[in-house]
Design a protein around this ligand. Structure first.
Ligand SMILES: Cc1ncc(COP(=O)(O)O)c(C=O)c1O
Length: 375
């Protein structure tokens, strides 16, 4: 796996993923990527021309660290439609949701205790680990409680009303803050959306959002609403880290959102991803009956696991040899576990590749865990 003699700063699991990405004809269930077929290329090109043509200075000059006024107003009205009334002034435009999580983590102080679900977003785990956080379970006392209440990654589930209440109670009791990562909220397969936690507890919640999953991640535009008493420090952190989010992306996005095409795109995306999920579930039932899952209500992925002590890395190596890849389950786990788990992202896989891809994983499973290899 790491046999290259060249110096590399990439870890072994990343090397495996990169090797898979370079393999021709590979069917990739890895990555959590939106389907590029949904990128509104023509409308974004028009938005770009309008952004640069109409007001090139706004698009190309340095801007304020909090971001474009129009974009913040747009986000405020999207949040209001979901039941959270927030003044646009309180919204900070960030370089993706990733930076918003990073800012919230920094504000928790040195070596914070951060509560996470047993399986969670690896990009957040990386931020927490690099902040030398102590990761604890959701029932414990913590300074930050990191959750994805509307649609979780990797499981694609929501928090129930009871779970929300218990979370607020715990955070209040421990004087902690909740980091509400709403990255996938706009990807619910049905039209219903939960109101964000921000709506009811604005003083306890860092609310994190992004256009990466519903529009395109290349823009690198997300946002953060920090609790009022931390808002000034949050803005200071934003400014210290990169001065401002990409101004050209913000200007382009404002033009695109004003064109009125976003709602239609989201409708199409919902049907598109629902269809892919249906195909994936049928293929998994057929070829991988030994793995368990709960059907997701949104998001881009299906989380599969079993009770057996099997190595996800060994399975991935066998899968890549058969021309298919997926995300290693252990990367989503806050604490090590020996039981097998994998994440299959259906979002960017061509419809026709879904069933053959799962069949290849089943072959890899049989090969990797045949009696000869098991130990
Ligand atoms: C749950 C979750 N939060 C945040 C992010 C990062 O999003 P962005 O591209 O906006 O930085 C991702 C990306 O995969 C994610 O899955």
């Amino acid at each position: 796996m790491a046999s290259s003699s060249k110096t590399t700063f990439v870890d072994a699991n990343d090397l495996l993923a990169r090797r898979a990405a370079q393999k021709r004809g590979l069917i990739s269930f890895a990555g959590g990527l939106p389907d590029p077929a949904l990128f509104p290329k023509r409308q974004l090109s028009q938005a770009f021309l309008s952004a640069v043509g109409a007001d090139a200075v706004t698009a190309l000059q340095y801007g304020w660290p909090e971001g474009s006024r129009e974009l913040r107003e747009q986000i405020a009205s999207e949040l209001a439609a979901r039941g959270a009334s927030v003044e646009a002034e309180r919204i900070i435009i960030t370089s993706g949701a990733q930076q918003a999580i990073q800012i919230a983590t920094t504000l928790a102080g040195p070596r914070p205790r951060i509560a996470v679900e047993p399986e969670t977003y690896p990009g957040a785990l990386e931020i927490f680990r690099s902040a030398r956080a102590k990761l604890v379970g959701m029932a414990e006392a913590a300074q930050l409680y990191y959750v994805m209440p509307s649609v979780s990654n990797p499981r694609g589930q929501r928090l129930s009303d009871e779970e929300r209440l218990a979370l607020f109670e715990r955070a209040r009791h421990n004087q902690g803050y909740i980091v509400e990562d709403d990255a996938y909220a706009g990807t619910r397969f049905s039209t219903g959306v939960d109101s964000p936690l921000l709506a009811t507890h604005p003083d306890r919640v860092f609310h994190v959002g992004t256009y990466s999953k519903t529009l395109c991640p290349g823009l690198r535009i997300g946002w953060l609403v920090a609790p009022k008493r931390l808002a000034k420090r949050a803005l200071g952190q934003k400014q210290a880290s990169d001065l401002q989010a990409n101004g050209l992306s913000q200007a382009l996005l404002v033009q695109y959102l004003q064109s009125g095409h976003f709602a239609g795109l989201q409708r199409r995306a919902r049907a598109h991803y629902r269809r892919k999920l249906r195909r994936l579930l049928a293929a998994v039932q057929r070829h991988l009956p030994q793995l368990r899952y709960t059907a997701p209500i949104g998001g881009f992925s299906l989380w599969l696991d079993c009770e057996q002590h099997l190595s996800d890395t060994r399975l991935l190596e066998a899968a890549i040899a058969r021309g298919v890849s997926f995300d290693l389950g252990h990367r989503f786990r806050a604490a090590p576990a020996k039981t097998l788990a994998i994440r299959l992202c259906f979002s960017a896989v061509a419809d026709a590749d879904i069933e053959p891809g799962v069949a290849r994983i089943a072959q890899a499973f049989a090969k990797a865990f045949s009696r000869r290899h098991s130990g």
